[in-house]
Design a protein around this ligand. Structure first.
Ligand code: NAD
Length: 284
């Protein structure tokens, strides 16, 4: 006999522990949550939208009702990702941008403005790193990693801030990394850049709170994307071994956290850093 239920619920096996919670619990957590986190009437920018976590983020935000502009340096993949979203009956467009190039960001902003779009949500997802001992890094590599992972989010955020401040409403979400919270062996400068993105998030959150703009950070642990596929197999296996949940994250699981920070459900949360890593890092 299930607690609180006199009659079995149709469609559930006898003795199903979710019976006590009713049919919606058995139907699954994710669809119910997505139904709440709606972004109808909103416009979102997603950098790095052509691949991996950025693409999954664009899909999640569009599925929640937003018009999504995917910005990426990879034009063909970006166009394909936007077309895939439209194929699902959602709204998306691709605009080329190199987030390390101020002129390209300016052109990106003008292109978005030319479409008469007010940007409500900026998701900074574009990023990159490579595992290599610090002493073998070149100074060109340092600059590339810092330009992309730290200066990119700073410059893209700045480009779309004026409209948000005028409207006194907005959401800025940056995908950093657990590397930026706890350090990662062989990713020294990447960790520094991501740590900078986390500090940028916290400081900007203080400045923009008066404008009703939320600024938050999502820190993925090892996630199954093309970026991670470039990492040697032995490293990927080690990542799984040290993760309490014993697997890599799926891009959609990171996207769900970005969706939360982009939605009204997080209106009173700002300057926060959410690790989505299967328990890999637990820092108080
Ligand atoms: N995959 C992981 O294990 C992992 C873990 C922690 C953090 N992250 C972070 O998540 C984010 C997404 O990574 P991913 O794993 O999905 O990688 P990915 O390589 O699949 O996607 C990155 C996207 O960024 C784009 N990009 C690269 N340089 C750009 C530039 N200059 N301008 C515009 N776009 C550019 C690429 O074209 C690509 O589409 C990155 O910021 C990464 O640092 C990833």
């Amino acid at each position: 006999m299930s607690i609180g239920l006199k009659e079995p619920v149709a469609g559930l096996a006898p003795g199903d522990p979710t019976q006590a919670l009713g049919p919606s619990a058995a139907a699954g957590y994710r669809p119910r949550q997505r139904a709440r986190m709606r972004l109808d009437g909103k416009t979102a920018i997603v950098t790095g939208g052509a691949s991996g976590i950025g693409r999954a983020t664009a899909e999640a935000l569009a599925e929640a009702g937003a018009f999504v502009v995917l910005g990426d340096i990879a034009a063909e993949a970006g166009e394909g990702a936007a077309a895939g979203i439209r194929g699902q009956g959602c709204r998306a467009d691709f605009v080329h941008v190199d987030v390390t190039d101020p002129e390209s960001i300016d052109a990106f902003r003008r292109e978005v403005r030319a479409r008469s779009l007010h940007v409500d949500i900026v998701a900074n997802v574009a990023g990159w790193g490579r595992i290599q001992p610090f002493v073998e890094n070149t100074s060109d590599f340092w600059r590339q990693v810092v330009d992309l992972n730290l200066m990119g989010p700073i410059a893209v955020t700045r480009a779309f801030l004026d409209g948000m401040m005028e409207r006194r409403s907005g959401k800025i979400v940056t995908v950093a990394s657990d590397a930026g919270r706890v350090g990662s062996l062989g990713e020294t400068v990447y960790s520094a850049a991501k740590g900078g993105a986390i500090a940028f998030t916290k400081a900007l959150a203080r400045e923009l709170a008066a404008f009703n703009i939320n600024v938050n950070c999502v820190c993925p642990g090892p996630t199954d994307t093309p970026l991670l596929a470039a990492v040697p197999e032995k490293h990927r296996e080690a990542f799984v071994r040290v993760t309490p949940m014993r697997r890599l994250a799926k891009p959609a699981e990171i996207a769900d956290a970005v969706l939360f920070f982009a939605s009204g459900e997080s209106d009173f949360i700002t300057g926060q850093v959410l690790s989505v890593s299967g328990g890999l890092t637990m820092v108080g």
